[in-house]
Design a protein around this ligand. Structure first.
Ligand code: GAP
Length: 452
């Protein structure tokens, strides 16, 4: 199968099938903000659910938390974000565009023909200045000193400031983790590439607290565990790699960072980061808040500030990687079909139930009754509109792995066809066995037919 996917094709299928729309469209849109339609929401729900399953449900050493988005402003002083969460920015006085000073080589100027900023004779760039990426807001009815607050740029800090609560109330001792999923906000200077870099995104972060001597081992462990999670949910191994940051590239808190990169249509780029944050965060919050944040063993046998290993990713980057990896165009019996070969556990809709002829009352009745049965356990769709081929193609485009079709034979012997999205194999089975078969199929480990 030829790999023909581009970001434009992903944007187009998302729009056509109602996964993702540009936000505020009737007002002309707001750059790099997106709204999710029905299938987009289901897709994100599945990604989040698989992450929580792997992080929490399948282990006994990680608990969940859901902290506030607006935290005490001192949190962001302690974390280093007020001082250091900045990008160097240059403005062009001529075309009024803004660029990241460290990415001028890859940026395009607003003049025609488009060149790099600074290359046209009319370009008039300012000196670089530091621009803080946090969105500011005010708390309370008046803007006055002390009312300034921030929308969180990462979910991690909401975890660190709850370390003591969890340690005491969930009766944990290192190694243990706290996981959080929620919206984060960054006033990115150069957002773009669809959902890849947006100003509002949903992070899934986990802070794993370990004895200092074990930090390196757990850092390696989490790089591997997170890499394997992507393989488990169908991404091709050849499109994934781990890239370790050099010392000059690391964030202020990091003692080691590795990116799990995916080969997006824009090239190899960060999908997820795994960082060894050392004791930076707990030490800083202890200093700024005056609250001791450490682990004390029974009867005071041991006492230390745990080190932290952090896998951090956004659902948006996973959505793009999974759609890119799943997207396929092929010719079947002389006709083009576009198909999303999504892992069944990730696919928004698990099965479609289709009466072959919508005007046939008997078929409709049987199909509706099968649909009612299946939807008790899964997201399934009933569709009777249009030719059967077109209905199959609609399901292929949203990645539905199975379709059950009720036809003349069903009326005679209570069997239906099951059509498999990737192989297009069709076989017959008894209606009474459909629910068990679907549950079975969804439990079976799956690998992409696109190869490694
Ligand atoms: N707590 C650590 C942290 O936030 P980060 O590398 O800045 O580290 C973690 O972000 C992850 O969040 C990234 O690997 C990426 O998946 C996602 N992410 C960051 N900025 C994003 C943006 N503007 N749009 C979409 N996802 C973003």
């Amino acid at each position: 199968m030829a790999d023909t996917v581009t970001m434009d094709k992903i944007v187009s299928i998302c729009r056509r099938r109602g996964f993702v729309f540009p936000s505020s469209e009737i007002y002309g849109g707001l750059g790099s903000t997106f709204d999710y339609g029905h299938y987009g929401v289901l897709l994100k729900n599945n990604i989040r659910a698989r992450w929580v399953e792997a992080m929490v449900q399948e282990r006994d050493d990680i608990v969940l938390i859901d902290s506030a988005i607006i935290l005490h402003p001192r949190v962001w002083e302690a974390s280093g974000h007020v001082e250091g969460f900045t990008d160097p920015l240059v403005d062009c006085r001529t075309c009024k565009l803004r660029f990241r000073a460290d990415q001028l080589q890859e940026s395009r100027c607003g003049r025609k023909p488009s060149k790099r900023p600074g290359e046209h004779s009319e370009c008039d760039l300012t000196e670089p200045r530091q621009f803080n990426l946090m969105f500011e807001t005010t708390v309370g009815p008046v803007q006055e000193a002390g009312s300034r607050a921030f929308l969180r740029p990462e979910t991690a800090q909401g975890i660190f400031i709850n370390f003591k609560n969890v340690l005491q109330l969930a009766r944990r001792r290192p190694p243990f983790g706290i996981a959080q999923v929620g919206k984060s906000f960054r006033n990115e200077i150069t957002p773009g590439n669809f959902l890849f870099r947006v100003r509002e995104f949903e992070q899934m972060e986990m802070e794993f607290f370990v004895p200092p001597a074990d930090a390196e081992r757990w850092y390696r462990y989490w790089i591997e565990a997170r890499f394997d999670w992507y393989l488990r949910y169908g991404l091709r191994r050849s499109r994934l790699r781990v890239r370790e940051h050099g010392p000059e590239e690391r964030s202020h808190y990091s003692q080691g960072t590795s990116d799990i990169e995916y080969e997006y249509p824009i090239g190899w780029s960060e999908l997820e980061g795994v960082a060894n944050r050392g004791d930076y965060d707990l030490t800083r919050h202890a200093e700024f808040s005056g609250t001791r944040l450490e682990y004390v063993g029974p009867e005071d046998t041991e006492r230390y500030v745990p080190h932290v290993i952090e896998p951090a990713v956004s659902i948006e980057r996973i959505v793009v990687a999974m759609l890119v990896d799943a997207y396929d165009e092929e010719e079947v019996a002389g006709r083009e079909r576009t198909v999303l070969r999504l892992h069944p556990a990730i696919a928004p809709v698990k099965a479609a139930v289709l009466p072959l002829i919508a005007k046939d009352g008997g078929m409709v009745e049987k199909a509706r009754s099968l649909y009612e049965e299946l939807r008790a356990a899964h997201v399934v769709e009933y569709d009777e509109g249009g030719a059967i081929g077109r209905r199959y193609r609609r399901q292929d485009e949203i990645g539905t792995p199975f379709a059950f079709t009720v036809d003349e034979q069903t009326l005679a012997d209570d069997t239906v066809t099951i059509r498999e999205r990737d192989s297009l194999v069709q076989e017959r089975l008894a209606i009474a066995q459909v629910a068990a078969r679907l549950a079975d199929e969804l439990r079976t480990p799956w690998t992409t037919p696109k190869g490694d």
